[in-house]
Design a binder for this molecule. Structure first.
Ligand code: SF4
Length: 65
């Protein structure tokens, strides 16, 4: 699985961090950081995070990297 976040769209709402804290978090400057290639066990979490992002900034690809 590959995850990409369009940082031009992201407004740091943080819904993805609540939905999938294993993948998304904020750094000390409140910028979003994320694991771009998490294990497939987190696929459901990743898709949930993508679904709740209010600006649809998150793309989840099932294809192997
Ligand atoms: S939910 Fe979307 S807008 Fe909010 S921090 Fe995550 S990627 Fe950015």
């Amino acid at each position: 699985m590959r995850i990409t976040v369009d940082m031009n769209l992201c407004e740091s709402h943080g819904q993805c961090v609540f939905a999938a804290p294993e993948i998304f978090s904020f750094d000390d400057d409140d910028h979003l950081v994320y694991e771009s290639a998490p294990g497939d066990a987190l696929l459901d979490r990743a898709e949930k995070a993508a679904a709740v992002c209010p600006v649809r900034a998150i793309t989840v690809s099932r294809a192997a990297a």
